[in-house]
Design a protein around this ligand. Structure first.
Ligand code: NAI
Length: 657
């Protein structure tokens, strides 16, 4: 038995004097570990070496760990997926990797996974094939099965092993939601056997686990009982109902197939293993999964847009504590920044702080985290913190002269190198910057409402904005965990420009007598997260009307929208718009419409949006077609399983040809 395997590129392997084999993954040329072809092949070599050495007693155990800062293994390498185009090919590749995991499972010596950082998808499936799992409690350690978000489910027998370790309810919930679990939660449900405080404790704990021949006991008897009928059938029905509240089977089949798999074979691991592989391949080969993988890559593309330029924003100052400003400041605080909030109206600051507190309670785990967050959000009516801020964001009333005045003052107060940004939706950046001594400094940072929910921020490049300021804007956006999209300064930027024709088409249809609920149901049928009329009610009909006018889609508000605004019916905020709103919810009519009609209407509603996306591309509002799709998906929630407006149109054209 060689004590090392010197030719590996993605792993390091050696056997120490106690006979413990240490396999350390450190994927070459990547900052995150994932399971690519070479990675699994090399793991195969390691396993073969251990198989041989175990037979002669030269090896007592194997420990799998990672040398990367933030990942154990963050999943399968989805770039490699694209070459698997047929179901047959997918089954072949899956079976190879599956067999490797089974060999690890069968090794006659103790195998320990020592987990620090992301342990997701295929990485978690690998860990589950080990005898004992130890995770550290560090902040960056997370475990989970994000597969459903990519239109698939775990396919390396992870469904079976997760249920064996954590029992049906916890395992299925983890797989159906794709949620990332903190180490303590993973331990509580049984996905992990042992926790240690930091990554420095992992090696020692793993060594001890090997020497003591630790083996996970799996889910306790009372959890296993739930695999029997009739309980299993009952659980499956509950899971289906819960899933149906979130996604439709016609759009997102993966979670439904996972429930089928569980319902049929949950108490028969051998058959479940076989069925898992059979049901996995068609999902992976489906259009929906391909599009969801595309969406994932689009989000990575936007993240990569943020350059590593040494700009490390820590302090944000927001001026205007209304709907947007208050929520922007609160969001920045949840992402670890310090934010100061200024407004001419102190009562507005008070309201924003109260809203922020409830966001902190929802988003942050511990009372201590909530307390420190509250401490990082500072009411600053007189702007004392401006001079210390790394980023200053203006979100005051949409009036040119008021904004110009403010920026003239700000320009003299901010420190050199700080980002100076406006959240304007409709004023020209060039006009706001006109009176500045250095107009090249002003950049747009256009957030979306509700800030905590929409991941996109448009970074607006005015005609004179310096490239460096745009780049710093992107760095800031990435630092608060949003996706930056660089857009040209033009009416509606990208997202509102593309969204508005769709909204106005909905208004037009409504005016022509199409029932309100039918319109909104048609949009849901297409895959939109919310109907356009309900969405306008949420945004505020006054704002929707103004956007329509600015983009010349509904001049003078000459439509039902104008009429509603005239009557003071502004939507959710006044209790009535297209809908009557009660306790924060729109009162919908419980009518069902013909599915075929809904489908047709849905496509018709979306068409103007697709046309506008084409025009935005030819006007070069953003860099290219992928950026159009990314912006529209992350800024509006455009049906992710359709891959984006332009991608969808191309696919339709191809299907028609
Ligand atoms: P808002 O009316 O809710 O809040 C504006 C706040 O600014 C008020 O609290 C007001 O007291 C304060 N203010 C006015 N003049 C001020 C001054 N000179 N100094 C300090 N504070 C001042 O408005 P909202 O909706 O938050 O919009 C703010 C900005 O964000 C606008 O430019 C708007 O176009 C933009 N925006 C709005 C979105 C929305 O959905 N509401 C979405 C994206 C951008």
């Amino acid at each position: 038995m060689p004590t090392t395997l010197p030719d590996l590129q993605d792993w390091r392997f050696n056997v120490d004097f106690e006979g413990i084999g240490w396999a350390v993954i450190d994927r070459k040329g990547e900052n995150m570990n994932s399971l690519g072809r070479r990675t699994t092949e090399e793991l195969g070599e390691i396993v073969m070496a251990v198989e041989k050495a175990a037979a002669s007693g030269a090896v007592k155990g194997l420990v799998l760990m990672s040398a990367k800062d933030r990942s154990f293994i963050a999943g399968a390498d989805i770039r490699a997926f694209e070459s698997f185009d047929t179901e047959q090919k997918i089954e072949e590749v899956v079976k190879q990797t599956l067999e490797l995991l089974n060999r690890i499972d069968r090794l006659p010596v103790t195998v320990v996974a020592a987990i620090h950082g992301y342990c997701l998808g295929g990485g978690l499936e690998l860990a589950l094939a080990c005898d004992w799992r130890i995770a550290d409690r560090e902040e960056e350690t997370r475990l989970g099965f994000p597969e459903v978000r990519l239109g698939i489910f775990p396919g390396l027998n992870g469904t079976v092993r997760a249920i064996e370790s954590a029992g049906p309810t916890d395992a299925m919930t983890a797989m159906l939601t794709g949620r990332m679990l903190r180490p303590a939660a993973a331990k509580a449900m049984g996905l992990v056997d042992q926790l240690v405080p930091t990554r420095h404790n992992l090696r020692w704990a793993a060594r001890k686990a090997v020497l003591q021949k630790r083996k996970s006991r799996g889910a306790p008897w009372w959890k296993r009982m739930m695999l029997k009928q009739p309980v299993r059938g009952l659980l499956a029905r509950q899971m289906r109902a819960k899933t149906a509240e979130k996604v439709r089977e016609e759009h997102y089949p993966a979670p439904y197939r996972l429930i089928d798999l569980f319902e049929r074979y949950g108490d028969d691991p051998e058959r479940m293993r076989i069925a898992e592989t059979e049901m996995f391949a068609p999902l992976m080969a489906s259009e929906a999964s391909r599009n969801l993988r595309r969406v994932f890559k689009l989000s990575e593309m936007l993240k990569d847009e943020a350059p590593k330029n040494g700009f490390k924003p820590r302090r944000v100052h927001v001026i205007g504590a209304g709907t947007m400003g208050g929520d922007i400041a609160a969001w920045c605080v949840t992402q670890g920044m310090q934010a100061s909030l200024q407004d001419v109206d102190e009562a507005q600051i008070g309201k924003a702080l109260a809203r922020a507190k409830s966001l902190f309670k929802r988003q942050l785990r511990t009372p201590l985290a909530v307390e420190t967050a509250i401490g990082r959000l500072i009411a600053d009516p007189s702007g004392r913190h401006i001079k210390r801020a790394d980023v200053v964001i203006e979100a005051i009333v949409e009036k040119l002269d008021v904004k110009q005045n403010l920026f003239q003052r700000l320009e003299r107060q901010v420190k050199p190198g700080a980002v100076l940004a406006t959240n304007t939706s409709s004023l020209r950046l060039e006009d706001i910057a006109k009176p500045l001594a250095d107009p090249g400094r002003l950049v747009g940072l256009h957030f979306f409402n509700p800030v905590a929910q929409l991941p996109l921020v448009e970074v607006v490049r005015g005609e004179r904005t310096r490239e460096e300021e745009v780049r710093k804007g992107c760095t800031f956006v990435a630092a608060i965990n949003k996706l930056p999209l660089i857009v040209k300064s033009c009416p509606g930027f990208l997202v509102n420009r593309v969204l508005a024709p769709y909204m106005m088409e909905a208004v037009r249809r409504y005016q022509l007598g199409e029932p309100r609920d039918k319109i909104d149901q048609a949009a849901l049928k297409f895959g939109m997260p919310m109907g356009p009329l309900e969405l306008m009610d949420m945004v505020g009909l006054d704002i929707a009307k103004r956007v329509g006018e600015e983009l010349d889609l509904a001049p003078n508000g000459d439509n039902v929208l104008g009429a509603l605004v005239g009557q003071g019916k502004l939507g959710k905020k006044t209790g009535e718009g297209f809908y009557v709103w009660e306790q924060g919810k729109a009162k919908r009519d419980p009518v069902t419409y013909n599915e075929g009609e809904l489908e047709r209407l849905g496509r018709e509603l979306v068409n103007p949006m697709l046309d506008e996306a084409e025009r935005a591309l030819s006007d070069r509002v953003v860099a290219n077609a992928d950026h159009v799709d990314a912006g529209v998906i992350f800024g509006t929630g455009f049906a992710p399983f359709r891959g984006g407006p332009l991608h969808y149109r191309r696919m339709e054209e191809r299907a028609a040809a």
